[in-house]
Structure formats: C-alpha cells, structure tokens
Design a protein around this ligand. Structure first.
Ligand code: ADP
Length: 176
C-alpha cells in the first residue's frame, strides 16, 4: 500500500496555537501516514519571520508527532501535493470569512490536481479567533507586556520567546 500523505500548507508567520491544534487533531485522526507541514515561500511577499525562524518554530512543536514532517515550496501547493503523491491538502476554517476564499482555492486546486482532495478542519473554539496577523498586531502594539500565561494561550513557547525578544519585555518574563 502506498503511503497516505496529507499536506498542510501555510505561511506560519508566525506559528500559532491554532496551527498546532490542527496538526494535533489531524494526527489524532490517524487517517494519514504522513502529514507534511508545507511552508509556502512567496518571493514577492514580505514575511515577518525568516524561513529559518519559521522552520525552527515548527520543528520545536512537531517532536511529539512522528508522522509529521516539514517542507518548503515556492510553487503551487496543488502541484507540490501532486508531485508528492499526496491524497489531501488540509486547511483550517475559522470563520465564515475564511470559507469563501478556501472554497474557491479548493476548487482551483482540484482543477490543477484532480487526485488531491481538500480536507477542512473546523477551528477549535479555543483558537477560532487566532491568526498570525492578529498575534503580530498585539505584539507590535506592546501587548507582550501582558503576562506570559496569556501569550502562551496564543502561541507555542518557542514563538513567544521570539516575539518577546523582538517586541516585548525581557526574555526573563517568559520564566515567570
Ligand atoms: P495562509 O497564508 O496560507 O492562510 P496561514 O499560516 O495563515 O497561511 O494559515 C494556514 C492554514 O491554517 C489556513 O488553512 C488557516 O485557515 C489555518 N489556520 C490559521 N489559524 C488557525 C486557527 N486559529 N485555527 C484553525 N486553523 C487555522
């Protein structure tokens, strides 16, 4: 039997607990032998974190999941998925506003790679409001002065450390 592969594409700029929750829940389903978290590289898009930093974030959270791997790609996700022989692309849905884009994108992906389906996971209510953009807005507006517990409700500790280092209070705050 060929390996069943799913691809979870995104910018992960930065990685949030919402992303990690999706990785956790897809892994728990045991539908796929391998789940590849695919960091999309768009040379025309400025990212807040470098590719290396985003890889570091992901590496630190996927350790408990033996079936999860990380890769990067600068082309179309559907093409990558097809080349890898993946059976599905995994996406998360947070709000109605995600739906329209995601619906359109899944139809386009199906047209490009007819053998690859899209699997949508509803966001966990705990994280449904979380986006990388919102986390960055909080960070850039000095929100990291808040206590560490709140920050760790939004992002994994490796990301919290990077955010605090760049935008917030001293690293020591993380140990309180
Ligand atoms: P992209 O730029 O491709 O949307 P993101 O890193 O923002 O990249 O998101 C990657 C995927 O993770 C998307 O399918 C998005 O809907 C999903 N996602 C992001 N945040 C959450 C969250 N809090 N809960 C569930 N899914 C999420």
């Amino acid at each position: 039997m060929p390996k069943k592969i799913a691809v979870y594409p995104g910018s992960f700029d930065p990685l949030t607990n919402g992303h990690v929750d999706l990785i956790d829940r897809v892994s728990a389903l045991s539908v796929f032998d391998e789940l590849t978290v695919l960091i999309g590289i768009n040379p025309t898009k400025n990212t807040r974190f470098t590719l290396e930093e985003r890889i570091e974030m992901l590496e630190s959270v996927i350790q408990p999941y033996p079936g999860v791997t990380i890769d990067q790609y600068s082309g179309l996700t559907a093409q990558y998925a097809q080349e890898r022989g993946a059976s599905a692309i995994v996406r998360g849905l947070r709000a109605f506003s995600d739906f329209e884009n995601e619906f359109q994108m899944s139809l386009m992906n199906r047209q490009i790679a007819p053998q690859v389906d899209t699997l949508f996971m509803m966001a966990n209510t705990k994280y449904a409001h979380l986006s990388s953009t919102l986390v960055m807005q909080v960070a850039q507006m000095g929100g990291l002065q808040m206590n560490n517990k709140k920050l760790l409700e939004m992002v994994p500790s490796v990301v919290a450390e990077m955010l605090v280092k760049t935008y917030g209070s001293p690293r020591d705050e993380l140990n309180k």
